[in-house]
Design a protein around this ligand. Structure first.
Ligand code: ADP
Length: 410
């Protein structure tokens, strides 16, 4: 509110995590992880601000003598046993929503912009992706990899140049398909949707979609109230207000409500948290989690790999218009080096886990998708490390046979 609330070195400021959170801000990854470890009883002497500092501090705690060769730094990035991330054709696995049984399926979809013209550009090449009913799917890939082009096929904004898209098992472009209904069934929230708010009141803006679907006035009214409530805005309070006079986070929620009001079975969102402050982003994430819990199919385009790891059940990776990988977040990020090939970094939990693993930490090997899981891995590893009372060497209780551990006292 225009006043200075904190002032100090980064370490001093970020030590006040609770206050920052109250202000709607966030602290760096390493600080949050260090806080969690401290809560678990690991006595970190200093608050590290970066992952590198935290790693150094963890190593300091577990190394009392320079003789412990196995704690030398290893190649950051390698994971214990990487499952193959590259899956040329979608895995046939129960619950992944494959083929006709899924909610949406693109089958060998190719798409050309400006087909037949000199500036023709192929944006998708034979993309087959199944999206199961009620699934939470993240669509990731570098800029220009075809994500937006693909999702515009899901609600028939674009027609495949080759291949087909099925919704509930029916070809979207077959003659009997009512495309108006498809637009209602699959709601698409574009990037920065708040730029598209244009009505004089929030209620009118949210009503725009359902009115276009030809719903009677009473149904539209009900839908508007329900949609605003779903996004956490009180309909009576916010309905009459001008969308332009809202905060960025509120505007974004109104824009999402405008799509939700059409009661779509599938909600596709392009970078819904981008440009929001941490508090606004948290509210959107919690909204998506709730909608998913209530049974909605969600497709999320995101560059925030930490968010994807936390929230998605299935990850689809596109690269240069092709399907590059598909599977659970664990399987897709099983190998860091390959995912970095196409310019995508793995979530920070996985990178930190990989770095620990490369340094010989006795981890269980389950790739952690959340910070909580990562902190538990670290705490578990601490419990497995013992110090020999005679020579002070550190020994992993389950790895005493390792050849670089020279302790002869056990
Ligand atoms: P992403 O969403 O992954 O950033 P897009 O689907 O927007 O990727 O773009 C895929 C490819 O199609 C890119 O090479 C992009 O330049 C091209 N493209 C996207 N929209 C158009 C358009 N309207 N006209 C011509 N080419 C386009």
């Amino acid at each position: 509110a225009g006043k200075i609330v904190m002032d100090g070195s980064p370490a001093e400021v970020f030590r006040q995590g609770a206050t920052l959170e109250r202000l709607g801000l966030d602290v760096p990854f390493a600080v949050r992880l260090a806080d969690m470890l401290c809560e678990e009883g690991i006595e970190l002497s200093d608050r590290s601000l970066s992952e590198k500092d935290l790693m150094r501090e963890l190593e300091r705690l577990t190394r009392t003598t320079e003789k412990v060769g196995k704690w030398e730094s290893g190649k950051v990035g390698a994971l214990p046993s990487p499952p193959p991330p590259r899956i040329p054709s979608p895995p046939r696995r129960a619950g992944m929503g494959e083929g006709r049984d899924g909610k949406i399926c693109s089958e060998d979809v190719s798409y050309f912009y400006h087909k037949g013209l000199p500036m023709e550009r192929k944006a998708l090449s034979e993309v087959t992706v199944p999206i199961g009913d009620g699934e939470f799917v993240a669509l990731i890939g570098p800029t220009g990899s075809g994500k937006s082009t693909l999702v515009q096929h899901f609600n028939a904004l674009l027609k495949p140049s080759e291949g087909r898209v099925l919704l509930d098992g029916s070809d979207l472009w077959c003659e009997k398909m009512d495309l108006e209904k498809v637009h209602g069934k699959v709601g698409l929230v574009f990037q920065f949707p708040e730029f598209q708010l244009f009505e004089e009141s929030v209620a009118k803006d949210v009503a725009f979609g359902p009115e276009n679907l030809g719903w009677p006035a009473h149904r539209v009214e009900e839908a508007v109230e329900k949609a605003l409530t779903a996004v956490g805005l009180d309909a009576e309070q916010f309905g009459p207000r001008s969308p332009m006079a809202l905060s960025d986070g509120e505007k974004r929620r109104v824009a999402i409500a405008g799509i939700l009001a059409m009661e779509p079975e599938v909600l596709v969102l392009d970078e819904p948290t981008s440009g929001l402050d941490p508090k606004g982003a948290r509210q959107i994430v919690s909204l998506l989690k709730t909608l998913h819990r209530e049974g909605r199919t969600i497709v999320l385009i995101s560059h925030d790999m930490d968010l994807v790891a936390e929230i998605a059940e299935k990850v689809i990776v596109l690269n240069r218009g092709r399907l590059w990988a598909i599977g659970t977040p664990e399987s897709v990020w099983g190998s860091l080096t390959e995912s970095e090939d196409i310019g995508l970094e793995a979530p920070r939990t996985i990178r930190f886990f990989g770095a620990l693993s490369a340094r010989g930490w006795p981890l269980n090997g389950g790739v952690p998708m959340t910070m909580k899981a990562l902190s538990q891995e670290i705490v578990g590893a601490f419990r497995k490390i013992e110090k020999c009372g005679d020579c002070e060497l550190l020994i992993h209780s389950h790895r005493q046979e390792a050849k670089d551990v020279k302790c002869l006292h056990r």
